[in-house]
Design a protein around this ligand. Structure first.
Ligand code: NAD
Length: 344
């Protein structure tokens, strides 16, 4: 039996990616929509084979409690609204799949984790790249030693944000600029590929004084992550440069490049070692359908999802340290959590 989801927020990501992906998912389906625009909701509901009764406004969200076929919600709202709707969903007994970044800072994201734990519902941070075969192949190449001892990584994720009115440029709604929106892919993927947590961060940021888009958030951030064994990662993120996404890992005996690294389709992985140059191919697949499938299966089995809420909190801990370093000009040390291979 597939798991029914209510998709909360019918913005660009929901409409262009998630609703189509759910149709191809084996284990999940969309059973309800939550939106402030009922007409738009009804049009999408009909296209999905649902009825106008399956469309709810934000005010009616609590009525999802009565819907036993809605077992999970997928929160696809501006970042500062994730917490309110995750907690309302948890209180209604629904499992929560929440878009990245999980919240707007560590305390906000931790409140989501705590609320879901108290309510006894599952929580997953929607890190689609951790459900992508090219990213798993990169992780495997690194962790199985195919590149020899890894020394350095670099990653770029930039795009132009040209609408001065968009919520992404409002600090209160977004929690930051390009860092929590697109830079988070570099941060999360470096951690995923290495399977290690950074011990220190060092960062610089730039906010132009004369550009109306950047009155509240930064335009660009450059951040460095230091890992055990002297491994260093250098990452760049910006809202001011044409779309580029890359990840490179350099080891003593080989290297790999993902370019592009973070698109919805067409991630390209190249591995180079002494034996030559390889471009493994994994056919076409939908990252969002894989993400839906994973969460639905974990809801059924009761096992913790691969990218739980804590994974989202960990990125917030590191992003908060990145901003702290950028403000102070100092290296920020993360503290080792006793008994765990985690630095906070
Ligand atoms: P969007 O602006 O296209 O849609 C936002 C939705 O929230 C709309 O339905 C809008 O009506 C609703 N909304 C409610 N209150 C709002 C308010 N005060 N201001 C603006 N919108 C409001 O945004 P999006 O690109 O769909 O992003 C939504 C979430 O998805 C964000 O958390 C974002 O980080 C995440 N996202 C993830 C990916 C990914 O690849 N995983 C890609 C894009 C966006």
């Amino acid at each position: 039996r597939r798991v029914g989801f209510a998709v909360v927020g019918l913005g660009k990501l929901s409409v262009e990616e998630l609703l189509p992906a759910a149709r191809t998912s084996e284990h999940a389906y969309v059973a309800a929509l939550v939106t402030s625009e009922p007409d738009k909701g009804e049009a999408f509901a009909l296209a999905l084979g649902l009825t106008p009764d399956d469309v709810y406004t934000y005010e009616e969200f609590g009525r999802l409690r009565e819907r036993s076929d809605v077992e999970a919600v997928y929160i696809v709202l501006p970042n500062s609204m994730h917490r309110e709707y995750a907690l309302r969903a948890a209180e209604a007994g629904k499992h929560v799949l929440c878009e990245k970044p999980l919240g707007v800072n560590v305390a906000d994201a931790q409140a989501i984790v705590d609320g879901c734990a108290q309510a006894g519902v599952q929580l997953m941070t929607a890190y689609r790249c951790q459900y992508t075969p090219e990213h798993w192949a990169a992780r495997q190449a690194v962790q199985e030693g195919r590149l020899g001892k890894v020394k350095l990584l670099d990653s770029i994720h930039v795009q132009v944000e040209d609408d001065p009115e968009v919520w992404r440029l409002r600090l209160g709604l977004a929690g930051g600029g390009p860092l929590p929106d697109v830079g988070i892919y570099s941060l999360n993927t470096v951690r995923f590929v290495l399977g290690q947590e950074p011990e220190w961060v060092f960062a610089a940021q730039h906010r132009p004084q004369d550009d109306p888009r950047f009155t509240e958030v930064e335009e660009s951030v450059s951040f460095m992550l230091g890992f055990g064994g002297g491994v260093i990662a250098n990452c760049l993120t910006s809202y001011g440069a044409l779309k580029t996404s890359t990840l490179r890992v350099l080891g003593e005996e080989g290297s790999l490049l993902m370019d592009p690294a973070f698109p919805y389709q067409g991630v390209k992985l190249t591995i180079e070692d002494e034996a030559g140059r390889f471009e493994p191919s994994f056919g076409s697949h939908d990252q969002f359908a894989r993400e839906f499938d994973h969460f639905a299966q974990r809801v059924r089995s009761g096992q913790t999802p691969w990218t739980p809420g804590e994974e989202g909190v960990q990125d917030h801990i590191i992003m908060d340290a990145i901003y702290q370093s950028a403000r102070s000009g100092q290296v920020v040390q993360l503290k080792k959590v006793e008994g765990q291979d985690v630095f906070r």
